[in-house]
Design a protein around this ligand. Structure first.
Ligand code: PLP
Length: 366
């Protein structure tokens, strides 16, 4: 069967050129006489992969030299707890959260097991149709950090400026990392599950400021028996993400995706491409009342475009006919319904053109 446009929210489309490179590394890799999944994580060949993946991520995102980069397991969901445990766990210290949808609500719930958390803005009253303006954010001066979700995968909203209100930032970048430039130096910690813009599921990139690493060490000292090893950033930094066996294949795939991003012109080129794709789809949504875009214009996500039709039945028919036409992954998240087209880096302008063509035909015959 031929590959078809894939608008899934994650795991999501990967560039075909990357998949072909991964395929080539499966039977034999780098003169090892064994494939990438079969060599030791302690081998020099894998060490090169890990070093390369860190260097590419640092170069693409402009990660300051004194920051640490980890590739962990447990998904972004583990970071909801792990970040709070390390950054607040020495004294049950406070942290503030921007509640912009499902994932930030999950993040605050997990952090609340460790510290005194509070919403600094809650988008529930606006049905998560937008992210807050800076003047709407109320933080506590004693809060150690402000946590935000850069892109809200389910509701289809995205921060287009940093919520820079004077606190160190902790960011969940799972669904927009490497889709555009970001000022890493404003952040104490950033994390992202790989399965949207970086590679396959099962590997999570975590970027830590020196303060975050120090804070982790303080917490480990303050707690009787230290931190659980697998949840200890300081230990993971000391062991270069190899306290235990890392997701070797996932890290290799991530390195190949980042090489593809670099070859494609880096984040400025990705950002321009992503803007062009999103502009095309939003222009179609704005063209006719047949489509009802979910997000407010200023907060629209370039990664996950969400909209409704006049009834759930019509939405179901849209998804069914789109799938039959070879356009996959368009069903909205089960918690909110509707339609969602995810336009991560690997989605091409031609994929979006095909979607818009299908939408016009669908509207015409409905
Ligand atoms: C913004 C965001 N954060 C967190 C998660 C959870 O990620 P994981 O499944 O890697 O734990 C997701 C998953 O879609 C997400 O979109």
């Amino acid at each position: 069967m031929a590959r078809t446009p894939n608008f899934a929210a994650g795991p999501a489309a990967l560039p075909l050129a990357v998949i072909e490179r991964l395929q080539g590394a499966l039977p034999e890799f780098a003169g090892q006489g064994a494939g990438i999944m079969e060599i030791s994580h302690r081998s020099a060949a894998f060490d090169d992969v890990l070093t390369s993946a860190k260097a590419r991520l640092a170069s693409l995102l402009g990660v300051p030299d004194d920051y640490a980069i980890l590739f962990l397991q447990g998904g972004a969901s583990m970071q909801f707890y792990m970040s709070a445990l390390n950054l607040l766990g020495d004294s049950c210290a406070p942290a503030d959260f921007l509640l912009t949808g499902t994932w930030s609500t999950k993040a605050i719930k997990e952090a609340g097991r460790v510290g005194a958390v509070q919403g600094a803005w809650d988008g529930k009253s606006v049905a998560y149709k937008r992210v807050p303006r800076p003047d709407e954010i109320t933080v506590r001066s004693e809060a150690r950090y402000l946590h935000y979700t850069s892109n809200n995968t389910i509701y289809g909203t995205q921060f287009h400026t940093l919520p820079d209100v004077g606190l160190p930032l902790v960011a969940d970048l799972s669904s927009d990392i490497c889709s555009r430039a970001i000022d890493v130096s404003k952040h104490a910690l950033l994390y992202a599950g790989a399965q949207k813009n970086l590679g396959p599921s099962g590997v999570t990139a975590v970027i830590l400021s020196p303060w975050a690493v120090e804070q982790s060490r303080r917490t480990a000292k303050a707690r009787q028996g230290g931190l659980p090893s697998m949840l200890d950033y300081g230990l993971m930094v000391d062991k270069n993400s190899m306290f235990n066996t890392p997701n070797t294949f996932g890290i290799f795939a991530l390195d190949q995706v980042l090489a593809w991003v670099q070859d494609g012109g880096g984040l400025s080129a990705m950002s321009a491409r992503n803007q062009a794709k999103a502009d095309l789809l939003y222009a179609e949504l704005d063209r006719s009342d047949f489509w009802v875009p979910r997000a407010d214009v200023d907060s629209r996500s370039l990664m996950n475009v969400t909209w409704r039709l006049s009834s759930p039945d019509l939405e179901a028919r849209f998804v069914e006919e789109a799938t039959a036409a070879g356009l996959h992954g368009l069903k909205g998240h089960r918690s909110v319904g509707g339609i969602r087209a995810s336009l991560y880096n690997a989605t091409s302008l031609a994929d979006v053109q095909a979607l818009v063509g299908f939408m016009r035909d669908f509207e015409a015959k409905s």
